[in-house]
Each structure stands twice: as C-alpha cells, then as structure tokens.
Design a protein around this ligand. Structure first.
Ligand SMILES: [Mn+2]
Length: 277
C-alpha cells in the first residue's frame, strides 16, 4: 500500500489520469491525499471531483482557496470569474453533491506514523502541530454547521494579518483560513503578506517564505503544501512544495510519504486547449 500526496490539480483531469498511471496507482490498495485546489481554472473540474469523490475513504483532500471560493460562489456570495471555469460544476445536476463533499473536507491532513502534515498553504511558523490541528478544527466545525454561509460571507479579507490568541469571532476564523489556504510570505513577528504572489525573491526583507522561519514547536515534522506555483516544486527546511503549475502548463507532482527515501513523481501538463483534445 502506498500513500501519495498530490499537488494542486485545479481541474486538470487529463494530467491527473496520466500521473496516476505513472504512479501505478491501485485504487484497491493505495491512498491519495490532495494538497487542495482540486478545481479552479482547469477545464475538467467535474471529472476531477467525480473521480476523487468516487474513491470514498481512499482519498482525502485539504481545502484550498479555490475550493473555498467555489463554496462562496455556490452560496451566492461571490460571482464566478470566467477564468475560474466553474460553470460546468455550477450547472451540474451533481452541484449539491460537489458542495456537500467540499464542505466536509479538512484544512489539514496529518500522519502520525510519517510525522507529516499536509495543508494547502503550509504551516504558520508560530503554531505547533497540535495548535494548528486545533485551529483548523475550529474552521472545519463551522464549515460543517449551520453557520457555514455566514463564515463564507465573512471569510474574505486580508486582516487581521497577525495571529493573536485573543482573536475571536470571524476575525479569528478568517486568520486561520488565510494561514492555511493563502499564506506565502511572513515576517519575523508573524505578519502575513497576502498580496505578494511571486517567487521566493519577490518580497524583500523583512518578508520571508513561511518555511524559512524557525518554528521551534514543529520538531522534525515534514510539512507538504501546494498553492505556490511561482515557487514551484521545492524542498527546503523539511517543507515540500508540490504546486508545480499544472494548470499553467507546468507539471502535476506527487510525493509518496510512506517511503524512507524521497520519491517525487511528476507528470508534464498540456495547455488547457490541448488538455481537451
Ligand atoms: Mn491555492
């Protein structure tokens, strides 16, 4: 049995199929973990969701910003941008099933055995694994409750930009959701820069990628994340970035976490128009 973590698929069903072939994925024995953004911009979003949902408990997925965006659009709180290519999902007879599936997904996945945490954007450097797990659960509980739409309505915004134990209400949940799904650059105090989206050198001091700050409470835990396609696939400070820009014609990447040695496999992606042909 193998457990693979797969980077941002973003509706690229053809690339996912080819990658699974390369991994010799056995749906009877293997497990798939997805690092979030299953959909968004790619041309075959329904096929990706149908496949992942069809795997049942053999697949797990953390929520990414695109997944949360779809939930907010479904709730009538935001308009879909044409570039998000979500029309098919929104017009589908399975729309309610897709939304029910997404709103049940967690913000983090954790393997004790492999000392590995997966979240879409990474691990905020001021949080231990236990703290991150507890805070992720706060958001997940609200997403699964009757307060879901209110949360989605209050989820957008770049403030507060720094964590405090004293945060309460929507501000607290907004920070937690931003840290797990949108974080890239952080300063030494723990402030998030949610505006800069370029590569590693696109932000000057005091900003650094979140994984470049020491986190004494993290121990040896490996953190696997997606979201940062302008950085691409990266391994640094026991963090593994898997968003190698599949939807931009880059690659779709996967790492097998139940192996002692590094085992990253990548599949080249086609342009969006070629993907459909
Ligand atoms: Mn993302």
């Amino acid at each position: 049995m193998a457990t693979w973590v797969i980077g941002d698929v973003q509706g690229c069903w053809g690339a996912l199929k080819r990658l699974l072939g390369k991994l010799q994925f056995d749906p009877e024995a293997d497990r798939l973990w997805f690092a979030g953004d299953l959909i968004g911009r790619g041309v075959q979003a329904e096929a990706v969701l149908d496949f992942v949902m069809g795997l049942g408990d053999r697949a797990s997925c953390v929520l990414g910003n695109h997944d949360l965006n779809l939930l907010a659009i479904d709730a009538g709180l935001r308009r879909a941008k044409p570039s998000d290519r979500l029309d098919g999902i929104l017009a589908s007879s399975r729309r309610a099933d897709y939304m029910a599936f997404l709103s049940r997904q967690p913000l983090i996945l954790w393997s004790d055995k492999h000392d590995t945490l997966v979240s879409h954007a990474g691990l905020y450097p001021k949080w231990s694994i236990a703290k991150a797990s507890a805070l992720a659960e706060e958001v997940v509980c609200v997403l699964r409750s009757s307060r879901r739409v209110s949360f989605l309505e209050n989820m957008y915004g770049d403030t507060p930009d720094i964590w405090s134990e004293h945060l309460t209400g929507w501000a607290r949940l907004r920070f937690i959701a931003n840290a797990f799904t949108r974080m890239r650059f952080v300063d030494g105090a723990g402030r998030l820069d949610l505006a800069t989206k370029g590569g590693l050198d696109s932000a000057a001091r005091p900003w650094r990628p979140w994984f470049d700050w020491p986190n004494p409470d993290r121990g040896d835990t490996r953190v696997i994340f997606g979201h940062w396609s302008t950085v691409g696939r990266i391994k640094k400070n026991n963090a593994v970035g898997l968003d190698s820009g599949c939807v931009w014609g880059g690659e779709l990447s996967a790492i097998q976490i139940d192996r002692d040695h590094d085992n990253i496999v990548a599949e080249p992606c086609k342009s969006l128009t070629d993907e459909l042909s």
